[in-house]
Design a protein around this ligand. Structure first.
Ligand SMILES: C[C@H](O)CC(=O)SCCNC(=O)CCNC(=O)[C@H](O)C(C)(C)COP(=O)(O)OP(=O)(O)OC[C@H]1O[C@@H](n2cnc3c(N)ncnc32)[C@H](O)[C@@H]1OP(=O)(O)O
Length: 725
């Protein structure tokens, strides 16, 4: 296997330097594990080797066990490709060896990488290296002894925090906690590690096996209290995932019966979790997220992103101020344009408040806030636009207004400048209709709050140039977003796929289902909140503004009711005025408002769709399916029309844009686990009972009838044969 190797170099000082090499992050592929076993055996047998230094190639120790192996196991169900590492390699070969090992760490030591380092008898690191056990984010637990050694090195409380929250620390922090023995510069790393290893071999420094330590664990009663508190916390933060409690089970075994018993238990539990549906979903999301950065004809044609030195943002409302915040936080200077001083000041205040919020949370220092604010310039006309590299328009969703802005900025900006719009629904062809710059017009659809939400939906038109797409993808990465490139249509990929989400919820309520029950079922499934609370939080203005646009784009598959208008007529605007389906009061959680029932009753009377005038009788499962299956159905149309590059892009967009539970792998991945034939048959039945809103799309029908995966890309012949359906 090219590039995958373990090498050993024995110096005149008697130290064998064993180096892991598997670019780009030195992942621990099974071939690396066998290589390590082989080199250690050789080092033990050679008379000229007194001690070992273990390190990684190219400035990185290791990014952990090779996650591709998990993906392979998920496909085959066969666990035999998992090498025996925790006992055979880390305990028997490394920790209990006759010759000591020192880990020389640089760049990163994550997951199995850090676990190998903890099996060494000392750890020397460069200060900025990232150390952590993020296995729970993949639905498993640390499996090379990490659940046992980390608590014995940094104490139970800190270790549990690092594992349950998958939180990395720097080596500088690691030194404070006892994980790292010495901090050194990259230049000295190998030299000092060699000397350290010799010092241990010659007993000038202590020969410590982490697994046998107990001094950092505290008393049994203290340990039990910490574990108990952690179990409660895990129940709250991860109610639908098994790996948090299982990780605590492994730690507890070691606390009660010693480190070695803990390692054995950990190995057993690890194997069980690898096959869990949670791990399948999370590993899928790991690779799906990385796949979004590969866009055919954009990222594979040798283009280099141009530097974007300055960006103009038009509109200082909620979205514009959030976008400006995200840019200045990543050191990109921003010109913020508004129509008058009052609106400009409001925008500047919103940006300052966004930054202050981050300072309060502890994620930004005062100095960095000042630095960010110094990069913001407020303007009332286009004169400062002459030297910007990108404009992001973020004004209200009014077509004539956007068209006139685009005609203006085409004149005011330099010819290379990217002209982006943050519209969430309007067709980009319409926005740019009055310009001659179709090749540099692009959608930059942020999600609210824009400085917090991780998704950036990049919308390209047929004529948008690959260079412009690449530049915006790069800006997205710089401002720490995950850019997903999609095609142009009403609502683009995310809002289009999810428009039936709120509509299905409204339909159910008009069929007689309780509004708060709908929200409870959806939250229990793992969404951050139910569709009605979401509507409260987003504000009814959004729903009303896009209504006509959806009406004309999605004819025949809409459910129309006047409930939102009725809510507004009754003085309810959702969270913004404290009164929606829920009551919002400062300092307390949203409370269901029973007085909303009379408004709903009125809306039901007007719509009059309950069969025989009586509420339908449905189970919680029915509610879930009647809301999500229409969403899957629309996702099928989005895939059929090639709005997304690949199905997994919709998985990432649903997770990062809508809060679809990551551990379910995203919308399409989840739908595959449910099965196209079942989804199709349910939608068909509801279409007969309740009309066109549920009618299965030809794409779904074809997949269901032919037993094909939903994620399999369409071929032109299948598209043609569907057109005849
Ligand atoms: C038994 C053990 O306890 C189990 C384990 O060790 S499980 C693994 C634990 N380790 C992790 O979870 C770390 C996962 N990796 C990461 O968080 C990040 O990739 C990183 C912080 C290492 C690097 O981030 P960044 O520089 O942004 O690069 P990123 O794009 O994420 O990764 C670069 C490439 O390395 C791959 N990669 C990263 N870590 C990998 C791993 N552990 N296994 C396989 N591939 C990996 C990525 O898939 C990507 O591949 P691509 O270029 O083909 O898309």
């Amino acid at each position: 296997m090219a590039g995958i190797r373990v090498s050993m170099d024995v110096g005149g000082d008697g130290v064998a330097v064993i180096t892991i090499s598997n670019p780009p992050v030195n992942a621990l592929h099974p071939a690396i594990i066998s290589g390590l076993k082989e080199k250690y055996a050789e080092a033990m047998n050679r008379g000229d080797v007194k001690a070992i230094v273990l390190t990684g190639d190219n400035g990185k120790f290791s990014g952990g066990f090779d996650i591709n192996v998990f993906a392979q196991i998920h496909k085959t169900g066969d666990l035999s490709s998992l090498p025996d590492v925790s006992v055979e390699l880390v305990v028997n070969i490394m920790e209990d060896a006759r010759k000591p090992s020192v880990a020389a760490i640089q760049g990163l030591a994550l997951g199995g990488g850090l676990e190998l380092a903890m099996g060494c008898h000392a750890r020397i690191s460069t200060p900025e290296a990232q150390l952590g056990l993020p296995e729970l984010t993949l639905g498993v637990i640390p499996g090379f002894g990490g659940t046992q050694r980390l608590p014995r090195l940094v104490g139970l409380k800190k270790a549990i925090e690092m594992m349950l929250q998958s939180k990395s620390i720097t080596a500088t922090e690691g030194k404070e906690y006892g994980l790292i023995d010495a901090l050194v510069s990259p230049k000295e790393l190998i030299e000092i590690s060699r000397q350290w290893a010799l010092d241990i071999a010659e007993r000038r420094k202590p020969w410590i096996s982490s697994l046998r330590r107990t001094d950092r664990l505290g008393s049994l009663s203290e340990a039990r209290q910490i574990l108990q508190a952690a179990r409660q916390q895990a129940k709250r933060i991860a109610p639908n995932m098994p790996q948090h409690q299982v990780c605590l089970d492994a730690i507890e075994e070691g606390v009660n019966f010693g480190g070695y018993a803990g390692v054995l238990k950990e190995a057993k539990l690890f194997k069980e979790l690898v096959l869990s549906s949670t791990s399948k979903g999370l590993v899928h999301v790991f690779f799906a997220q990385r796949a979004t950065s590969k866009v055919p004809n954009v990222t594979d044609v040798g283009l280099k992103p141009r530097q974007i030195k300055k960006v103009a943002v038009i509109g200082g409302g909620l979205m514009g101020s959030g976008i400006a915040t995200a840019l200045i936080l990543s050191n990109i200077p921003v010109v913020l344009k508004e129509v008058d001083t009052k609106f400009l000041q409001r925008g500047q205040k919103l940006i300052a408040a966004n930054l202050e919020g981050l300072v309060k949370k502890g994620s930004l220092t005062q100095d960095k806030m000042k630095k960010a604010l110094s990069l913001l310039e407020g303007v009332l006309d286009y004169s400062e636009f002459r030297n910007v590299d990108m404009v992001i328009e973020a004004v209200i969703e009014k077509i004539p207004l956007k068209q006139s802005i685009f005609a203006d900025i085409e004149k005011a900006c330099p010819p290379h400048c990217i002209l982006a719009t943050n519209t969430s629904t309007i067709d980009l062809n319409i926005v740019g209709e009055r310009t001659h710059s179709q090749d540099r017009i692009i959608g930059a659809h942020f999600f609210s709050p824009a400085h917090v939400m991780p998704l950036l939906e990049i919308v390209r038109m047929e004529k948008t140039s690959p260079q412009v797409i690449l530049d915006l993808m790069n800006v997205g990465k710089i401002i720490k977003k995950v850019p997903v490139v999609v095609g142009n249509c009403t609502g683009f990929a995310v809002n289009r796929t999810f428009f039936p989400y709120s509509q299905g919820a409204h339909l159910l309520v008009h069929l007689g289902v309780d509004v708060f029950r709908v929200d409870r079922v959806i939250s229990k499934f793992g969404m951050p909140m139910g569709p009605f609370q979401l509507q409260d939080v987003a504000g009814y203005g959004v729903a009303l503004a896009v209504k006509d646009i959806y009406d004309s784009a999605f004819k025949g598959r809409l459910f129309k009711s006047g409930l939102v208008e009725l809510m507004v007529e009754n003085g309810r605007q959702g969270k913004s005025n404290g009164k929606g389906y829920y009551i919002y009061e400062k300092g307390s959680k949203p409370r269901p408002d029973p007085s909303v029932h009379s408004i709903i009753e009125e809306s039901r009377r007007r719509t009059n769709i309950m069969p025989g005038g009586k509420p339908i009788n449905v189970s919680d499962q029915d509610i879930l399916e009647m809301i999500f299956f229409p969403v899957v159905n629309e996702a099928c149309r989005v895939m059929d029309e090639n709005i997304v590059v690949r199905a997994s892009d919709l998985d990432i967009a649903s997770v990062l844009g809508m809060g679809f539970p990551r551990y379910r792998g995203g919308l399409v991945f989840w739908a595959e686990t449910v099965g196209a034939p079942y989804i199709y048959s349910r939608l068909n039945k509801w279409a007969e009972l309740y009309g066109g809103f549920f009618k299965p799309s030809p794409y779904l029908e074809e997949r269901a009838k032919n037993g094909l995966p939903l994620s399999l890309p369409s071929t032109s012949s299948s598209q043609a044969s569907r057109a005849r359906l």
